[in-house]
Write a protein that binds this ligand. Structure first.
Ligand SMILES: Nc1ncnc2c1ncn2[C@@H]1O[C@H](COP(=O)(O)OP(=O)(O)O)[C@@H](O)[C@H]1O
Ligand SMILES: [Mg+2]
Length: 246
């Protein structure tokens, strides 16, 4: 196995060749290749259990592949479905935590100022001194985004970050992600099982199936044709989505 985690070769994007991961008898990722260009928003769609989170964990360095010919990822930060805030620290400290430890960027004016500035970008500067438990689900997820972005990562990995939110909150989170992307121009890798969310946010939509990227689509009009193709590639009928769409 040759495994290189470098920032140079991919210059702020992601480049993966021949990535495999097995859990027991089950081969979850099977020689997967992946390219995400700098500054792109790429959505990864896949059925439940198709290995999306496994891929995210490996890209984040939280899990090791069994084999990989090449794995080049810039600096990364992750946000998960649950905000994972520490309840005994005020909101601003939760964000500032990301500025501690190895690989954290240096701040000019101290961690509180940097944390509050980032909270301002997600619309929560006035909640800096509150406790996490006083926040709504959507607000807590905004704090999680602030905590991820305050590190100024090359690549922001988002693993179904909005699945736990109600439909209206999800729409305002989509707007926030678009705003943050326009401002920071980070590479974003968004895992979702929601075709419409993928189409709404991403420049490119990938489909993970049988351990590999089975399809890749640039998002452009007409979107209903793209939606139909994606449904086919995921093996989902229109009927199934109208029942399960939130
Ligand atoms: N730590 C683990 N140990 C054993 N099996 C795992 C582990 N993590 C994931 N799996 C299995 O790998 C497959 C892919 O899981 P996952 O990456 O979480 O899928 P997704 O995020 O697409 O729903 C599933 O069959 C899951 O049960
Ligand atoms: Mg998952």
């Amino acid at each position: 196995m040759s495994l290189s985690r470098t920032t140079r070769q991919c210059e702020g994007g992601v480049q993966v060749r021949g990535l495999s991961k097995r859990y027991g008898q089950r081969l979850v990722l099977d020689g997967l290749d992946l390219d995400v260009e700098l500054g792109q928003i790429v959505a990864l769609l896949g059925r439940s259990g198709s290995g999306k989170s496994t891929l995210v964990r490996i890209l984040a360095g939280l899990d090791r592949p069994d084999a990989s010919h090449h794995l080049a990822v810039g600096s990364v930060a992750v946000a998960f479905q649950e905000p994972r805030l520490l309840p005994w620290m005020p909101v601003w400290r939760n964000v500032a935590l990301a500025l501690e430890g190895a690989g954290a960027p240096r701040t000019d004016h101290g961690p509180r100022t940097a944390a509050v500035a980032m909270l301002d970008e997600v619309g929560l500067a006035d909640r800096a001194d509150d406790w996490p438990l006083a926040l709504s689900g959507g607000q807590a997820q905004r704090v999680a985004l602030a905590r991820a972005l305050v590190r100024e990562p090359d690549v922001l990995l988002l693993d179904e970050p909005f699945s736990g939110l109600d439909a209206l909150t999800r729409i305002s989170m989509h707007q926030l992600v678009r705003r943050l992307h326009a401002r920071h121009r980070r590479t974003m890798f968004l895992v979702t099982h929601d075709i419409d969310e993928a189409i709404r946010l991403a420049d490119q939509v990938l489909v993970l199936a049988e351990g590999r990227i089975a399809a890749a689509h640039l998002v452009r009009h007409p979107l209903h044709e793209l939606r139909r193709d994606l449904l086919g590639e995921l093996g989902v009928t229109e009927d199934e989505t109208s029942r399960t769409r939130h």
